[in-house]
Design a protein around this ligand. Structure first.
Ligand code: NDP
Ligand code: MG
Length: 334
């Protein structure tokens, strides 16, 4: 691989011995980091509200959630596992006043450091260990004896130990098994935002919706439309995940593969690529981050409206009915 990739053999947990790690937030990432590190033998404390669902889960898992300020005071490493939009205010109120030389801030996404909405003092280390998977996979893979690949980056090395600490941390959460790729806050942040907006979440959701609309508006039953543009995605993704586009195309019929080459480039074409480039610019120049922050300051008014409108789309109602007929999918109701 061209990018520097580190494994268990390249480091150890020693840099964390005698240190206390405070995980702020016990949500998707927080619960996985806290438990994996603890199971790796690291001293871990957790900060969270006690009476929320996540707080109760932390207690159930044997932690005693503290207020953020107390946890930061007691800790050597402070892991920011809070939603990106709330990090700046929690930082200003409860983290910054309790920081001092020798402490290390650990981020799991580069957003606030890269876009400078958090600007830590120069005497603290600022590192990132970002598992490339949802928190539940990070935990589940670790329990299975493996580990999700991580991205690791150093923003500030105040004491000369930032890289050793970052690698030890990555090993502690399981990233030494899957491999830890060394990168920068900028590259992690911008590629992450691009991927989720353009392909994984935004691009995919809109493809599903538009495909569903075209079929149903042409008079086809919504049930069939759902099967064809949504349900079967999982089968395709599993093939791609295991062997790339090549293996997916090997497994599907010749008719499907022919149609892939014949029609795919008509749907996603050079014009689409130009719009993807524009989306990347919008991320790079900070416009996306500003839009996100401005809407948060406005009570996430636009965000909540989108969420409600999307929940009302016909693909969602028919999907719910069909999934109920397939209990092996372990359907989840929102
Ligand atoms: P979640 O929304 O799952 O969890 C957030 C946690 O923060 C909860 O425990 C919540 O507590 C707590 N919290 C929320 N608001 C406040 C507040 N005002 N003060 C104190 N605590 C608060 O977050 P994620 O795990 O999804 O995201 C955390 C970080 O991880 C982000 O930087 C994200 O980009 C990054 N990340 C997330 C991934 C994912 O798979 N979700 C993947 C890789 C990185 P409570 O329950 O009490 O409200
Ligand atoms: Mg992401």
């Amino acid at each position: 691989m061209a990018i520097e990739t580190l494994y268990d053999k390249d480091g150890s947990l020693n840099p964390l011995s005698g240190k206390t790690v405070a995980v702020l937030g016990y949500g998707s990432q927080g619960h996985a980091h806290a438990q994996n590190l603890r199971d790796s033998g690291v001293t871990v404390i957790v900060a969270n509200r006690k009476d929320s669902a996540n707080g109760k889960l932390a207690i159930e898992h044997g932690f005693d959630p503290l207020p953020v300020g107390d946890a930061v005071q007691q800790a050597d490493l402070i892991v920011i596992a809070l939603p990106d939009e709330v990090q700046p205010e929690v930082y200003a109120k409860d983290i910054a006043p309790n920081l001092k030389a020798g402490k290390t801030m650990v981020f799991t996404h580069g957003f606030n450091i890269h876009f400078k909405t958090i600007d830590p003092p120069s005497e603290v280390n600022v590192i990132m260990v970002a598992p490339k998977g949802p928190g539940h996979t990070v935990r589940w893979e670790y329990e299975r004896g493996g580990g999700v690949p991580c991205l690791m980056a150093i923003h500030q090395d105040a004491a000369g130990d930032a890289r050793d600490l970052a690698l030890a941390y990555a090993i502690g959460v399981g990233g030494g098994k899957g491999g830890t790729l060394v990168t920068t806050f900028k590259d992690e942040c911008e590629t992450d935002l691009f991927g989720e907006q353009v392909v994984l979440c935004g691009g995919l959701s809109e493809s599903i919706k538009k495909g569903f609309e075209v079929l149903t508006e042409a008079g086809y039953p919504p049930e069939l439309a759902y099967f064809e543009v949504c349900h079967e995605l999982e089968l395709i993704i599993n093939l791609i995940k295991r062997g790339g586009l090549d293996y997916m195309r090997y497994s599907i019929s010749n008719t499907a593969e022919f149609g892939d080459y014949y029609t795919g480039p008509k749907i996603c074409n050079d014009d689409t690529k130009k719009r993807m480039e524009a989306a990347l610019k919008h991320i790079q120049d900070g416009s996306f981050a500003k839009a996100f922050r401005d809407d948060y300051a406005n009570g996430f008014k636009w965000f909540k409206q989108q969420r409600a409108e999307n929940a009302g789309h016909a693909v969602e109602s028919v999907g719910k009915e069909l999934r109920a007929m397939m209990p092996w999918l372990d359907p989840v109701e929102m």
